[in-house]
Each structure stands twice: as structure tokens, then as C-alpha cells.
Design a protein around this ligand. Structure first.
Ligand code: LR7
Ligand code: MN
Length: 602
């Protein structure tokens, strides 16, 4: 596996702890190419291997009624490592713009269409469970800002496809003042998404309502707006890039029916941002650290929730004080509601038989309108309302959540101590009205493992142990380009991070020319660094980076047509032309030319 780098992911979920958990997930779960194969390979033009993908809506029913299981089976996409293959300039634009605007592979997302099969990741025992006949009905609330159309519609359709009709009261979409043209198929690069969301809903989706915010509210007020339009008995919140799994709703509704003060979360499976491959996550519970960052704990009770995916009795949502209206855009609301649930007489459970996939991105592709650090603002509010004297334990530096590259260290910002976090009197009134427990009670009873004694010691994730499980090396040797008859090596030292790769005379004796190709599809030079692609621009040449073990930018396939194919970039490594820049390599559209044929030779 190679070592896992925080840097790669730091750009992501923003809370380092969740970051680690994602790494853990990916580390253990990202089964990659194994269940992938290419769908259709017609001969077309000069790209003889161009596949015909199910574009756009894929297989769908016009009236929006749920597809039957056999329909879904028919829609089962053959997920291929080549699903992201770039065939022309337009594909390249969709991919690169998609990464830029959405931080995941929109080219693959569009090609998957709006329906797809996902593996049933539940434990076998879940299949035999019997649920009560009479269950409350659900209103699904999905808030989105600049979401990729195909991801949003796959979320909606997965709910329609996998939810019993009588339990699905409605789906409420809240458009949080998305910047039009940035997504809704208005620009040419979404060639297959000509439809506008209103029209699509009117024509295809009866149970779906669309609410548009007049101004950007952020996901917290956005969800409250969505909830205010809901009339089902239970509210179910989802992010706008999810796919629900088989029979996901019944196990969520059942505990709520038994006790209306129970709030439940599904297990959140992982949809890879680079390949869109859906894989199971281990069952974990939510916690937090003293930086008020949510983290995963591997135990089956849940002091906190991740935030995005949960179900709650609608009246109870209001009794308990919804969300804090003073919280902006993103962050902190998940801990606030978790503390509130437990401290004010409710309970929070993770339900292992309910599974929902979520696209985990490496960075958030949007900011707040004024560039504010809303995580800091929101966290300060929640700390002052709920954490009593314990708020002093919070490591204020951790509030600085601007996720940065490793070299830019979190700036010390003492002004946060005195930073204005607005009026919290309404929230304190809620706490008094509900006669909630103290934060000490919460720590003692709900989260006793939380270390209070040494709050400033950062918690070390212990599970990333390089020696623990290194992926098996499948092949070792020199990477020879068949046209140039030269070998791929580091331009500088092979240990230099970010270093380029170039072609040099092959030398079977030189250990610095030796590549290892492992079962994770990584290419590791001299046992040191991985061949890696930049996410944003597929035209950039590859470089050597620390191995992160999560596929995507470091996932290569080797062999077919002697290509060195990059899975998330959808292109092949080739000798650069013209010959004046001989020795250099670049990523190009795959074809049959000899300049992109490679052999890994022992
Ligand atoms: O201004 C905004 N308006 C919105 O409507 C910003 C975002 N949004 C929408 C957005 O389109 C998305 O559907 O809000 C949703 C969440 O935003 P993401 O997906 O950009 O954020 P995330 O997945 O990193 O967010 C996690 O943390 C957030 C903290 O505020 C919320 O609680 C999210 O719901 C939460 N997501 C999950 O818990 C899914 C599991 C991932 C984890 C951990
Ligand atoms: Mn999300």
C-alpha cells in the first residue's frame, strides 16, 4: 500500500479526523478494478476502442415510478476502469471542469446516468430482518449548491428506485441559490444534460418538489427551509451526491416508530470521487475531537453524527429546536444537533442495516459568499451554547479549518478567542426550555472515552500502519517505452516528491529504474514514491508523489494494448511529441500508436 499521506486528503472533507477515517475506509475497502469491465466496444472513427456508454438518464421510467429490481439489473453498468476514458476535447473539458467545479469525476458521473446498480453492502443478516408493516412516511430533504446534475439526479432516482412507494411521502430539493450556468447543463460541456431541472421534475418526477432559495443560505438554513415544506411524518436528510442502497429506509424508520426521540443515521458507504466505484464502509460510530472536528470511532453507539445523512421524526425536529439559524453555509451543525439530541433527552443511533453511499471529495469546491470561515463561526456558537466550561478545552487553532497544503501550516489566529459569533440567546433559551443535561453529563454518560485530561495532545490515528497491510506487488521491473526504447525514470532523485518522470537509457542494474506494480494498481518507483496525476488538469504530465493508497490519481492499468492507462484521468502515458522534447512524457488520448506502448520488464 505504501504510506498514506494526509496532504492528499487535507484538501478534502476539511476535518482532519474524518479525513483519517476516509483514508481508513479507502485503505481497507476500495476494491478497484476487480468488478469492472468495459461495456461496449464498437469501432468508430480512428478511435477503434471507443465505448458507447449509457449517457445521461440511462434506463429510466418516464413516470418516475420506481424501477423494478429487474429493471435495475438491466441498468447495471459494467463499471470499467476505462469508464472515464477521454476520447476528445469535450470529454477532457467535462472531466477537468468537473473536477474544478465539483471535485469529483463528472465525466464518469454523467456516463453512469441517473440509475445504476450498487452492490448490496449490508450484512447478510440484514436481508432476513422483518420490519413492521405500519411505518411512518418519510419526506426526503436534499439541499444542494452547484451540484453536478447527474449526481443530483442519481441521488433522487436512487431514492425513487429503492424506496417502497407507500413510505415515500415526497422528496424536497432545495436549490441553495446555485449559480446557473455553472451546473444545470447550460454550458456546452454538459452535452447530455440539456434539460433544466424544473422541466425534468415536471416530466419525470411526481413526488419531487423543488424549492429555490432567493439567496445563498448554506446547508443549515437550507435544510430548515426544506423541512418547512415537508409534510411527511419523518424527515430524512441526504447530501446531493448520495446513492441509497437496497432497503435503506425501513431500518431507519423502525427505531423512530418505536421511540420518536430516536434519531438515526445509516452507515455511510464510500463512492470514490475519482472512479465513482461504490464500496462498503466498516461500521463505525461518530465522535469528535477537541478541535470540534467530527471523527469516526469504531464502536456501535454514536455520540455524534457525520451530519449529512439522518432521519428524525418531523415534530421532534421542531420540538428539539431544528438547527441554529445563526450558523452559516457549512460546518458544526452536526455536532450541535448531536449534543442537543443526547443532552435533551433523545438518542442517536447508527443503523447498520441501512446503507447510503456518499461521494467523498478531497476538497470542498465552494466557499462561503464572503469568504468567511463558517466552520469557526458555527463551532464557536455551538461551543458557547452547549459545552459549558469545557469550551475552554477546545483547541482554537483547530478552528482554523481552511484546509491547506502541508507546507502552509495552520496560522495561529488568536483573534478567534474574541471573535464575534453573534447572538445565541435563542439557542440558550432552547436549552433551558428543554431542561437539557450538562455537557459533563454528556461526556460522562455518552462519550466517556473522550479524553478530557490532555486536550491539547492531538489524537494520533493509530490504524494507518504501513507495515500492517501493504498491497501485494504483482510485477516488478523497468518500464520501457516500445517506440523510444527508453525507460521511465525520475528526472531528479526518485525520492523527490513532486518530481517529474522522463525517459532514459534502460539499465537493468539500476535499482532507481525499478517500478513495482501492485494489486492497488499503484506504480511505485524504487520502493519510494507513486506515479501520480494532478486532479485538476488531465493534460499535466504525471509526477512522483507519496503513495496515498486510495486509488484515483495513483491508479494505473497496465497491459491492455500495452497501455499505461490512468484511471481517473482517462488517458494514456505517451512519449511527448515532437521529438525536440525527446525524453519527456505526457498524458494523451489513448490510441494504437507505438508512442504509448509500454512494457514492464524484469
Ligand atoms: O452553501 C451550501 N449550500 C448547500 O446546499 C453548501 C452546501 N450545500 C449542500 C451541498 O450541495 C451538499 O448536498 O449541502 C450538502 C453538504 O455539503 P458537502 O457535501 O459539500 O459537504 P460534506 O459532505 O463535506 O459535508 C458534511 O459535513 C457538513 C457539515 O456542515 C454537513 O453536515 C454535510 O451534510 C456532511 N456530509 C455528510 O455527513 C456525508 C458523509 C460525509 C462525512 C463525514
Ligand atoms: Mn457531501
Amino acid at each position: 500500500m505504501g504510506s498514506v499521506t494526509l496532504r492528499y486528503f487535507c484538501y478534502g472533507c476539511l476535518f482532519t479526523s474524518v479525513t483519517w477515517s476516509i483514508l481508513l475506509f479507502l485503505y481497507f475497502n476500495l476494491s478497484q478494478e476487480s468488478h469492472l469491465s468495459l461495456r461496449n466496444v464498437p469501432i468508430q472513427g480512428h478511435h477503434r476502442f471507443q465505448p458507447r456508454f449509457t449517457r445521461g438518464p440511462g434506463i429510466q421510467k418516464k413516470d418516475g415510478s420506481p424501477l423494478r429490481k429487474d429493471h435495475l439489473e438491466a441498468a447495471k453498468p459494467d463499471l470499467s476502469p476505462e469508464l472515464g476514458m477521454i476520447f476528445n476535447k469535450q470529454d477532457q473539458e467535462v472531466r477537468d471542469m468537473g473536477y474544478h467545479k465539483h471535485a469529483f469525476n463528472v465525466l464518469i458521473s454523467n456516463r453512469l446516468g441517473y440509475h445504476r446498480y450498487v452492490p448490496d453492502t449490508r450484512n447478510d443478516k440484514c436481508r432476513d430482518r422483518i420490519y413492521p408493516k405500519l411505518l411512518p412516511t418519510a419526506s426526503i430533504v436534499i439541499c444542494f449548491f452547484n451540484e453536478a446534475f447527474s449526481a443530483l439526479l442519481r441521488t433522487v432516482h436512487s431514492v425513487l428506485d429503492r424506496t417502497p412507494h407507500h413510505l415515500l411521502h415526497e422528496i424536497i430539493l432545495v436549490d441553495d441559490h446555485s449559480e446557473l450556468g455553472k451546473f444545470l447543463g447550460c454550458s456546452a460541456w454538459f452535452d447530455d444534460l440539456k434539460e433544466d431541472l424544473d422541466t425534468y421534475i415536471r416530466q419525470h418526477l411526481q413526488k419531487v418538489k423543488l424549492v429555490r432559495n432567493e439567496k445563498r443560505e448554506g446547508l443549515i438554513r437550507g435544510r430548515m427551509i426544506g423541512a418547512s415544506h415537508a409534510t411527511g411524518e419523518v424527515l430524512v436528510f441526504l447530501d446531493s451526491h448520495c446513492e441509497v442502497n437496497e432497503a435503506w429506509l425501513l431500518p431507519l424508520l423502525t427505531p423512530i416508530k418505536e421511540n420518536r426521540k430516536t434519531v438515526v443515521c445509516p452507515v455511510i458507504d464510500i463512492i470514490s470521487a475519482d472512479t465513482l466505484v461504490y464500496s462498503p464502509s466498516p461500521i463505525v460510530r461518530g465522535g469528535f475531537n477537541w478541535g470540534l472536528h467530527f471523527k469516526w470511532d469504531p464502536v456501535p453507539v454514536s455520540p455524534t453524527m457525520a451530519g449529512g445523512l439522518f432521519a428524525m421524526d418531523r415534530n421532534y425536529f421542531y420540538e428539539l429546536g431544528q438547527y441554529d439559524r445563526g450558523m452559516d453555509i457549512w460546518g458544526g451543525e452536526n455536532l450541535e444537533i448531536s449534543f442537543r439530541i443526547w443532552m435533551c433527552g433523545g438518542q442517536l443511533l447508527i443503523v447498520p442495516c441501512s446503507r447510503v453511499g456518499h461521494i467523498f471529495r478531497k476538497r470542498r469546491p465552494y466557499g462561503s459568499p464572503g469568504g468567511q470561515d463558517t466552520m469557526a463561526h458555527n463551532s464557536l456558537r455551538l461551543a458557547h451554547v452547549w459545552m459549558d466550561d469545557y469550551k475552554h478545552l477546545i483547541n482554537l487553532m483547530a478552528f482554523v479549518t481552511v484546509c491547506v497544503h502541508q507546507e502552509q501550516y495552520f496560522a495561529l489566529r488568536p483573534e478567534l478567542r474574541n471573535r464575534d459569533y453573534g447572538d445565541i440567546s435563542e439557542r440558550i433559551a432552547i436549552r433551558n426550555r428543554l431542561q437539557c443535561h450538562s455537557f459533563k453529563w454528556y461526556l460522562d454518560n455518552i462519550y466517556p472515552e473522550m479524553q478530557v485530561s490532555s486536550p491539547h495532545k492531538p489524537q494520533q490515528p493509530v490504524f494507518i500502519n504501513k507495515a500492517l497491510k501493504r498491497p501485494k506487488v504483482l510485477q516488478r521491473g523497468r518500464l520501457r517505452n516500445l517506440q523510444a526504447d527508453l525507460c521511465l525514470v525520475a528526472q531528479g532523485r526518485p525520492s523527490q516528491k513532486g518530481g517529474a518522470v522522463v525517459l532514459r537509457d534502460c539499465d537493468t542494474q539500476d535499482p532507481e529504474q525499478e517500478w513495482a506494480y501492485d494489486e492497488e494498481h499503484e506504480l511505485i518507483l524504487a520502493g519510494l514514491l507513486c506515479l501520480d496525476m494532478s486532479e485538476i488538469r488531465s493534460s499535466d504530465p504525471p509526477r512522483l508523489m507519496k503513495c496515498h493508497g486510495s486509488g484515483g490519481s495513483q491508479q494505473w492499468t497496465l497491459g491492455k494494448k500495452n497501455w499505461l492507462y490512468q484511471v481517473s484521468v482517462g488517458q494514456c502515458l505517451a512519449v511527448s511529441e515532437p521529438p525536440s522534447i525527446k525524453g519527456y512524457v505526457s498524458m494523451v488520448i489513448c490510441d494504437d500508436s507505438r508512442s504509448q506502448q509500454w512494457q514492464l520488464e524484469a
